[in-house]
Design a binder for this molecule. Structure first.
Ligand code: FAD
Length: 412
């Protein structure tokens, strides 16, 4: 590898995270030569451990289901929400849209590694420790690659898929960045040995709203090995002035919610606490001549509904058939066949994320007065089925949600 001075493939994928691995496997199955250039070595840490059932269909159609199921990850069948004394659980098997109703809570280092290994099994060549540093777009795009040994070489392909996540390689290099519709928020998080004996449904992510501030919330994502991912999300204006280190801030904020404090009373804080700020991002266009952006390299909304990996995999599954047609010489329209359908589901999530932070969605989920059919429609979206236009809360999400909010508020 040290002496490599040129690489050629039908498709070069930047990044071997979920969107890159799914795209690589699906393209290989369609007979294309795929090279994935990944700057890190796997397994590597990534945030985003709570999957949604919708993403299981992409794992399955990419031939990766058995490997994921055999890994022993924590089974997940829903999401639980708490605000003070109010508590509600969504069972993902009780949903409007047909399809997978269960999934997993995964340590992403291991999960992403499994997907990448499966992509290699399907025929993709993955080059670890290879970082993209420059690009020349166009009908025969080329990339400049820097290896960890310090060697530089050129990689060329008929098409480039940017799956570089928060690395946002092409958005940065091609000036595609545009501000997100969401304000800057920050997460402080870590993994703990949770030592939780009772009071936690380990099959579900627990989202707790801060007892005083409705736009401050915590995630608790239990794993199968007695450990959990814990994090808090708020604006930097709220978090930065708080006294203490990141660890002290996270512990203090967890202590401010009585139920969370009780759950975590015996936990062992044994892992470095990390922060990530300003993760919501967007681009002027999801594609251009010779390239398309997948997953977080395109738009990332917000962590609250765990939609990131599902959107990443959906983007790969939408891009592959378009690219396959193009590589076979057929005319394609990336805007209509990729960008528009992807954004439809992303925009559904956007509606619900906005309603989460202004409190409307919290009034809905904690309402005592809920009809089962409507709750199943909401459950579908929380399970990731944000592209099912048969669901009225997908097709007409803003208007429908607002009517529901009014109904729930009147009932209070
Ligand atoms: P990634 O998984 O980020 O993979 C990108 C890869 O590209 C990386 O391996 C990186 O090393 C590589 N790369 C970057 N730059 C270069 C370069 N120059 N050259 C070569 N390779 C490069 N999502 C969920 O589904 N569930 C959750 O519970 C969840 N929680 C979250 C909590 C927080 C606080 C945040 C910020 C996000 C969360 N997400 C969650 C989102 C989730 O992390 C991402 O949406 C998901 O990882 C995107 O996958 P991806 O394939 O697009 O990119």
């Amino acid at each position: 590898m040290k002496h490599m001075n040129r690489l050629e493939a039908d498709v070069i994928i930047i990044g071997a995270g979920p969107s890159g691995a799914i795209a690589a496997a699906q393209l290989c199955k369609r007979g294309h030569k795929v090279a994935v250039l990944e700057k890190q070595h796997f397994p590597r840490f990534s945030i985003g451990e709570s999957l949604l059932p919708q993403c299981m269909s992409f794992i399955e159609s990419s031939g990766m289901l058995a490997a994921v199921e055999e890994a022993g990850f924590q089974f997940k069948n829903g999401a639980a929400f708490r605000l003070g004394n109010q508590y509600t659980e969504f069972e993902f098997t009780e949903k409007f849209t047909p399809g997978w109703g269960t999934t997993f809570q995964v340590q992403r280092g291991e999960f992403d590694h499994i997907l990448a290994q499966q992509a290699e099994k399907a025929g993709a060549d993955i080059y670890y420790g290879h970082e993209i540093t420059a690009v020349k777009p166009g009908s025969d795009p080329t990339l400049t690659v820097l290896t960890e040994e310090g060697a530089q070489y050129t990689a060329s392909a008929k098409f480039i898929l940017d799956a570089s996540g928060f690395g946002r390689v092409l958005p940065r290099l091609l000036d595609l960045e545009t501000p997100s519709s969401f304000p800057v928020r920050k997460a402080i998080f870590t993994h703990i040995e949770d030592n939780i004996q009772t009071g936690l449904e380990r099959n579900k992510i627990l989202i707790t709203v801060h007892p005083k501030y409705k736009d401050v919330w915590y995630w608790l994502i239990p794993f199968s090995n007695g450990r959990s991912s814990i994090g808090v999300v708020a604006t930097p204006e709220f978090l930065d002035p708080l006294p203490g280190t990141s660890t002290e801030k996270l512990k203090q904020l967890c202590n401010e919610d009585p139920a969370l404090k009780e759950l975590l009373q015996s936990c062992h804080w044994d892992t470095k606490v990390q922060e990530i700020c300003g993760y919501s991002c967007d681009v002027k266009s999801l594609w251009g001549e010779g390239f398309a952006l997948l997953g977080n390299a395109g738009e990332f909304l917000d962590p609250v509904f765990s939609s990131g990996v599902t959107i990443a995999m959906k983007s790969a599954s939408l891009a592959v058939p378009v690219l396959d047609k193009q590589l076979r010489g057929e005319a394609v329209c990336w805007e209509n066949e990729y960008s528009v359908p992807l954004k439809q589901g992303v925009n559904t999530f956007r509606t619900f994320v906005e309603a989460w932070y202004d409190g409307r969605f919290q009034d809905v989920i904690f309402s005592k007065n809920q009809s089962k059919p409507i709750r199943d429609m909401i459950s579908s979206i929380l399970a990731g089925y944000a592209w099912d236009l048969k669901n009225p809360y997908v097709k007409d999400s803003e208007r429908r949600l607002n009517v529901l909010v009014e109904t729930c508020r009147q009932a209070i």
